[in-house]
Design a protein around this ligand. Structure first.
Ligand SMILES: Nc1ncnc2c1ncn2[C@@H]1O[C@H](COP(=O)(O)OP(=O)(O)OP(=O)(O)O)[C@@H](O)[C@H]1O
Length: 258
């Protein structure tokens, strides 16, 4: 599970994320949505131990990421938006290295299976520096999933993937959660979020505009309920952003010199 409690991140006087709280239970895919600069990557970086919170706590599998980083990091796989992979290793070498770090038993057949799954078998012994962007992204996804982590944290997973791979990855995330694991992802793809996420939080300029299931968000925004027949996430998303902009306008009119 993932637990974010009153998380705030400040850069100088700028508050990138303000008092964000949410939790994700095993078996669920949770989507973190928002406009550019909303604070999605900042939140993910706190959760994976890369950017220290200004206040609040972030926990993975009941372990505080900033108090017990090694224990927390053993519990999650992380797919960054711009993965760094060792270019002078082949995909097989890199994946064996990951398997050793995470003590994955009998990893070689598993690595072969993953390479085959992503149509990379013919390239498994080529240096990663020769790979296309999408091929690197696939290797990063395999590296995160190879240890079968209880928690998977994903920042913008679909960038650079072809439509076939994008569908595979979408199904992988769903299947991972359906096996009792926890998945958190950020994405700008509203159709992806709508297809795989059980719950969502919509952020804008560091603040939560809405949180819950699709039907919770429909109720919150007054859009039409009704499961798959209800209003789309796109409509809900724009309604939330629109409401926030009108609210901002009212605040400015009330205090023009603030
Ligand atoms: N290292 C940093 N120093 C100063 N400000 C930063 C830093 N990293 C992020 N920010 C600021 O924090 C805010 C949130 O950025 P973040 O990268 O989390 O947004 P995002 O929701 O992931 O956006 P995008 O969809 O564009 O990737 C932005 O205003 C950004 O300028």
């Amino acid at each position: 599970m993932i637990d974010v409690s009153h998380y705030t991140k400040r850069y100088g006087r700028h508050e990138a994320v303000s008092d964000l709280s949410f939790s994700v239970q095993p078996g669920a895919v949770f989507g973190l949505l928002g406009s550019n600069g909303a604070g999605k990557t900042t939140t993910i970086r706190a959760l994976v131990g890369l950017t220290r919170p200004s206040s609040g706590t972030v926990r993975v599998q009941n372990v505080d990421v900033w108090r017990e980083p090694v224990k927390a990091k053993a519990a999650f796989g992380y797919i960054p938006d711009r993965p760094y992979l060792y270019g002078k290793l082949t995909a097989r070498e890199l994946l064996r290295f990951v398997a050793q770090l995470y003590r994955v038993p009998a990893a070689d057949p598993e690595i072969d299976r993953w390479l085959e799954f992503f149509r990379l078998s013919d390239f498994g012994n080529e240096l990663i520096e020769t790979y296309s962007h999408g091929m690197r992204q696939k290797v990063a996804i395999i590296a995160a999933l190879l240890p079968d982590p209880p928690v998977l944290i994903v920042d913008e997973p679909m960038v650079g993937l072809d439509p076939h791979a994008a569908r595979q990855v979408r199904e992988l995330f769903r299947a991972h959660a359906d096996r009792g694991r926890t998945v958190l992802l950020t994405t700008h793809s509203l159709p992806l979020a709508e297809a795989v996420c059980d719950r969502l939080v919509v952020l804008d300029r560091g603040k939560v505009l809405g949180e819950g299931t699709m039907d919770d968000l429909r109720a919150r925004t007054g859009t039409a309920a009704g499961g798959v027949h209800g209003d789309s996430l796109e409509r809900i998303f724009f309604r939330l952003i629109d409401e926030e902009q009108q609210e901002e306008l009212r605040r400015r009119e009330a205090a023009p010199h603030a």
